[in-house]
Design a protein around this ligand. Structure first.
Ligand code: ADP
Length: 484
């Protein structure tokens, strides 16, 4: 890596199963998307290995659940502390395998760690209920118990945080966990396991199974009766596959799927703030987040001014290797990601849009793409329907509040939405009508461990973060007590 690790043992190419570091004859290469260099050859675990990890997790889970909440909290606290202490190295590993700028990588590590801190604290507060009996001699008690073994499948765009958001509530609740990280970014996951082991997470409670066979391992996790629950972040397409595969064993599912976030700027908005918000909501992580603004609707009265201000800011972004100083924007994850951005631009231009900034690959080569702004976007274009997942902001012009709400809701997705307005009545009206799980109002950044993150419609099931996040890992058990 371009930055030496203070603790080289954090770069771990082995898998971690049942408290043992495992090598395999078969490995797969992990590449730095900024340079194409191979960073490591990682143990390639298959469906049979996944079944062994599930067995280990299944055996370890009752013991872990028997710990008090306070005991589990202490381990999670140590894990959190270790992640913060090692944030620089974890950021270096993340930057090398995923490409986001180093400072942004470090931000992700702290963001991910915050979930471990938060849910560690929640481990002590998994309260049940006592309900007045329905008959004179009856008492009703509700217990909350861990759901069991959790199988996790996560994407490459947040190699640390997507796992942290899942494993933290799971372990806090008393579940055990089998993590299949994305094949592009397994090293952030194994680094987490190194620190989990040091923190005292017992053998078998947290297992990391890197591998190149996503479909085979996914099938095993979904079909294996010892897995009680699947938690997944990724595309709606794969979410549907996992849901189908989980049907035979009626698995509980938490799904954080695709988005197509509208970002609406009303005439009465603070325009400077709206431009700032759009920069964050659109270009953070190079447009590769599921809550990235995908469609930017600007009211006619401020359309031209907004477009010009956004163009200026976007033109000042600096693509480059995430380890270089001053770089704001890394490469896209792979060639397919670049091809999708190019296809969306070509389709929009063919249907009448105009490129006012960027629009093409960067002269840095590889998968670097110039941050792009399009004006004159229209509902029939691919950018209106599909998640671009890249640095492309299409600006749609609108006249009227009811119209823009209808356009914003005209999608099968319902993850995040954003809008800018200073009119209190409008803020309530619009917020209530948007069909999404999350709404950013006069802000472009909504993710925090303190709030429930998740989508409606085909953007998913369940919530991550906040007091609600732990419920996804708990089952209710009702005790009806008689003869009292
Ligand atoms: P993305 O476009 O963000 O990579 P995907 O939904 O394609 O979204 O991938 C998210 C995660 O799901 C990745 O770790 C990928 O390897 C995994 N994955 C892809 N296909 C399958 C599948 N058929 N079964 C299980 N996991 C899969």
């Amino acid at each position: 890596t371009a930055r030496p690790l203070k603790d080289p043992s954090l770069l771990e190419p082995r898998a971690y199963v049942n408290g043992v570091w495992i090598t395999k004859d078969k490995t797969f290469a992990v590449h730095d998307p900024a340079t194409g260099d191979c960073i490591a050859h990682v143990a390639d675990l298959d469906a049979t290995d996944a079944a062994a990890a599930i067995d280990a997790a299944h055996a370890a889970q009752p013991g872990w659940a028997a710990w008090t909440g306070k005991e589990r909290a202490a381990v999670l606290r140590r894990w959190f502390d270790l992640m913060v202490e090692n944030a620089d190295d974890l950021a270096t590993i993340l930057c090398a395998e995923m490409g986001k700028p180093w400072a942004e990588s470090r931000g992700e590590i702290l963001y991910g760690a915050a979930f471990i801190e938060w849910f560690g604290e929640e481990a002590k507060r998994i309260y049940g209920d006592v309900i007045p009996g329905h008959q004179r001699d009856k008492r009703i008690v509700v217990l909350k118990q861990p759901i069991g073994v959790v199988g996790s499948i996560t994407p490459w765009n947040f190699p640390n945080a997507m796992i942290a958001r899942k494993v933290a509530p799971a372990l806090a609740a008393g579940c055990s966990f089998v993590a299949r990280p994305a094949e592009q970014t397994p090293l952030s996951a194994t680094a987490m396991a190194v620190l989990a082991e040091r923190a005292g997470v017992p053998a078998g409670v947290f297992n990391v199974i890197p591998g190149s066979d996503a479909a085979g391992v996914g099938q095993e996790l979904c079909a294996n009766p010892k897995v009680a629950k699947i938690t997944f972040t990724g595309s709606t397409r794969v979410g549907r596959i996992l849901m189908q595969q989980s049907a035979t064993t009626i698995k509980k599912l938490s799904l954080e799927l695709g988005g197509n976030a509208p970002f609406i700027v009303f005439d009465d908005a603070d325009l400077e703030a709206a431009v700032e918000g759009a920069m964050i909501a659109k270009y953070r992580n190079n447009g590769q987040t599921c809550v990235c603004a995908n469609r930017i609707y600007v009211q006619a009265g401020v359309y031209d001014a907004f477009a010009e201000k956004l163009r200026e800011k976007v033109g000042a972004l600096k693509p480059g290797n995430g380890f270089d100083a001053g770089v704001t924007t890394g490469p896209l994850i792979n060639e397919a990601a670049v091809a999708k951005v190019e296809r969306h631009i070509a389709d929009a231009v063919e249907k009448g849009a105009e490129v006012i900034e960027g629009g093409q690959r960067s002269n840095l080569g590889g998968t670097f793409f110039r941050p792009t702004v399009l004006t004159g976007a229209k509902p029939g274009m691919a950018v209106a329907k599909e998640e671009t997942f890249g640095p492309l902001a299409p600006l749609f012009r609108f006249e009227d509040e009811a119209d823009v709400i209808a356009m914003a809701n005209d999608t099968e997705f319902g993850l995040a939405a954003y809008f800018y307005s200073r009119d209190m009545a409008r803020v309530w009206r619009v917020a209530e009508q948007l069909e999404t799980g999350m709404v950013g109002i006069n802000t472009g950044l909504i993710s925090t461990e303190l709030a429930p993150f998740g989508g409606v419609k085909q953007s998913g099931l369940g919530r991550e973060g906040s007091k609600y996040g732990i419920e996804d890992y708990l089952e209710l058990k009702y005790l009806c007590m008689g003869e009292i």
